[in-house]
Design a protein around this ligand. Sequence first.
Ligand code: SF4
Ligand code: SF4
Length: 432
Amino acid sequence: MRTSVYNLYVWDFPKQGNAVVFNTRTSALLEMDLKTAQGLKRGDLKGLDPETLSLLQENGLVVDSEDPWEELEASKEDLRRLGLDVTLLTTYECNFACPYCFEKGVKRPSYMSLETAGKVLDWVGSWVRERGYPAVSFTFYGGEPLLNKEVVEFFLASAGDLAPRVVFFLFTNGSLLEEEDIVGWRSAGLQEIRVTIDGPEDLHDRRRPFRDGRGTFWEIVHRLKKVLPIVKVSLNVNLSEEGYSRMDELFRILATELPVDRIASLIMSPVIPAVADLSNRPYISETLVSLFSSGGAFERLVELVRKARGYGFNVRIPLSRFACPLLVRDGGIIVDTEGSLYKCSSMVGHEEFRIGTVDRGFNRKFQEFLSLRPWQDCPKDCPYLPICQGGCRLFSLFEAGDLKKSFCRRDFFDRYFPEIVKLEYEFLCGAS
Ligand code: SF4
Ligand code: SF4
């Protein structure tokens, strides 16, 4: 019996003399006194009473053995048991002209036809049967998915019996939301919608204008007011450099204009480069530095989470596994307007990353992705291994021009993780 190498320790938290320990393999988060935590870290388990020892074992903080690679393979099976997430691009077209859109370079006036939608439905059905998924969730995505309501409604009406449990989500820019639609779609299984607002009016309108240049901020807020009583809404914020300093203003406006208790969650994330940016190396390097450096974008996010919580928003930074979906057969799949299949939303529309089509099934690219093992060069005792697994493949493509290499930011994790463990503790215990 020994101490897990995947324990992360946050000392003198939540108060002097205590510690919180997070295990990256099991996602267990335990508070204990400093002496127990120090003993655990040293591997000195002799002084522990049987009850404490069994609690530590149950949560994976103390183990008989642990082989991360074996477990990484085994965890893929968990994804199959959770079900299939299908992201559907009903169109590449959008009525907004956001300068940072990650679909730049692939946007085109392409809409999914009802004929293709039928083929997608058949293909998803056969994939669900083959893999035995107990549940399917469909996310309508774009472009702006509501520019093709016909296909949204086709799936809502026809996909309900593909698996024992089928649910629907809608990611929209919010400008075309109609109360009557949402009422009908709710009864067909729509669970939640997600709408993006990037800052207070002037900032949002510069970043997310209509194609004719008009602002969209109040149009969205106005429509949200109407649908919030009917459906769960999550708000998404893409953080720009200017955005960090303007978030307080945005939280205040939203908390005044909208019923915060009806907003399911607030999701904030920095804008990351897109595949189309690969030809602009200086931009890619500069952005990667600004994301992961000390005091960079991700670290500043921690402060914003606390601010947003102060206004009553439900906001978290996920601590659990975020294995790159590119490397796993199950989990999620993205289907575009023409029935092409992708694994990574940032790669959608780029043919070189297509993993198949609904007409012909999976291609060799899919096998190539599944055979990637970027964690194989990582030390087995890296405490982040279960959740990092060698990092995002897209970032490694940006950095090294090679999907096979690991994208290691262990120094960043060392600084960032204690902070997000604290945020999670505060969330779970209602402390601030
Ligand atoms: S890429 Fe770095 S941080 Fe991630 S698991 Fe490997 S060594 Fe650890
Ligand atoms: S390559 Fe990166 S962005 Fe794409 S699916 Fe993997 S982790 Fe996500």
